[in-house]
Write a protein that binds this ligand. Structure first.
Ligand SMILES: *[C@@H]1O[C@H](CO)[C@@H](O)[C@H](O)[C@H]1NC(C)=O
Ligand SMILES: *[C@@H]1O[C@H](CO)[C@@H](O)[C@H](O)[C@H]1NC(C)=O
Ligand SMILES: *[C@@H]1O[C@H](CO)[C@@H](O)[C@H](O)[C@H]1NC(C)=O
Ligand SMILES: *[C@@H]1O[C@H](CO)[C@@H](O)[C@H](O)[C@H]1NC(C)=O
Ligand SMILES: *[C@@H]1O[C@H](CO)[C@@H](O)[C@H](O)[C@H]1NC(C)=O
Length: 291
């Protein structure tokens, strides 16, 4: 009996240890992982005619969101809106320290893992506007670093990583359930053009799409920050790809969506609380997802 109890105790301890270290998956209503990739400054009409983007939306598990709008000009307020549910009235690309809860708080409340992959990010909770030699990393395209409750918390801030970490995370099957990927200012079209960016994107994306550690139950969300044309209507290209998408739906969802729809979609998928801002009234892009 005594030995039996010791063995039981050891077994229970071992199981608890495994549960804590194995990075448990929180099942979602539509998807188990959300992977966002964001590009820059392109009008809807330009992007929708890009050969690679139209190839992606026309795949069996692809869908174009043909009525999707950015919320402001220039870049930064759009990035802030995605994870904060409000632009806070920001109308420039300056450095801000934003207080109050954001999407990361909602995710962590439910134990959902997250990471922000930033190309050319120097790491170590780097605070400056551009990379050390003004290279292609830009803080204005990294909304996470503007959140005070992320940059003041070393554990959280360590989840903003250099994008080169992604290949390691795929190889160890540890891509988080919420992943946000910002290419550098060449690869995202900011300092180049869409042809350059999509050549990069295709070379980056296609090999990864062959790997289940990247794709399993993953909803890929491909978007832009704002239209190139300043002012209204600020319509941008956005699309969905992955097994959570219903096949054969003519590859077009013309529901009105905005950057605020991103937080709403994630909240609905994992039954999270909300931010109490413009996310609450936004429409989630779940119409053609399999539940
Ligand atoms: C978001 O919501 C607030 C108040 O609910 C509002 O003042 C603001 O104009 C909305 N829009 C943006 C783009 O943040
Ligand atoms: C934001 O906070 C950091 C300290 O965490 C400080 O160094 C920086 O000056 C602040 N930036 C602004 C724009 O207030
Ligand atoms: C950061 O990522 C870039 C590519 O995104 C890579 O060239 C660079 O070596 C990485 N730097 C560090 C410190 O990991
Ligand atoms: C980077 O750019 C900023 C703003 O244009 C400038 O103030 C700074 O001196 C530059 N730093 C380097 C290392 O070139
Ligand atoms: C885009 O940039 C490339 C150089 O990277 C250039 O060869 C090409 O002509 C540009 N395309 C347009 C439409 O400006």
């Amino acid at each position: 009996m005594k030995y039996f109890n010791i063995i039981t105790l050891l077994a229970v301890t071992f199981i608890i240890f495994c549960m804590r270290t194995a990075g448990k998956i929180v099942k979602g209503k539509y998807f188990d992982r959300f992977f966002l990739i964001i590009f820059e400054n392109t009008d809807y009409v330009t992007a929708v005619n890009d050969p690679y983007l139209s190839d992606l939306t026309n795949r069996q598990d692809g869908i174009l969101l043909s009525n999707f709008f950015a919320v402001e000009h220039p870049s930064e307020p759009n990035y802030i809106a995605q994870i904060y549910g409000s632009t806070l009235g920001i109308l420039d690309d300056a450095d801000y320290n934003v207080t109050g809860k954001n999407l990361v708080d909602l995710l962590e409340d439910k134990g959902i893992s997250w990471k922000a992959y930033m190309e050319n990010y120097p790491g170590n909770c780097y605070q400056y506007s551009f990379g050390p030699s003004n290279d292609s990393y830009a803080r204005k395209h990294n909304p996470f670093i503007s959140m005070v409750n992320i940059h003041d918390d070393p554990v959280r801030c360590a989840k903003i990583v250099n994008a080169s970490q992604l290949d390691m995370d795929i190889s160890t099957n540890s891509v988080p359930q919420f992943a946000y990927y910002t290419p550098n200012q060449d690869n995202d079209a900011h300092d180049t053009n869409l042809t350059f960016a999509m050549t990069w994107f295709k070379g980056w994306f296609e090999p990864k799409l062959q790997d289940p550690a990247f794709t399993t139950n993953t909803l890929f969300f491909i978007t832009f920050d704002e239209s190139e044309s300043k002012g209204e209507p600020n319509q941008i290209f956005s699309s969905l790809l992955g097994t959570p998408v219903q096949p054969n739906v003519n590859h077009n969802d013309d529901t009105y969506y905005t950057h605020f729809s991103i937080a709403k979609t994630i909240e609905e998928n994992w039954d999270l609380h909300d931010l109490g801002r413009n996310d609450t009234t936004a429409t989630p892009f779940t119409k053609f997802l399999i539940s």
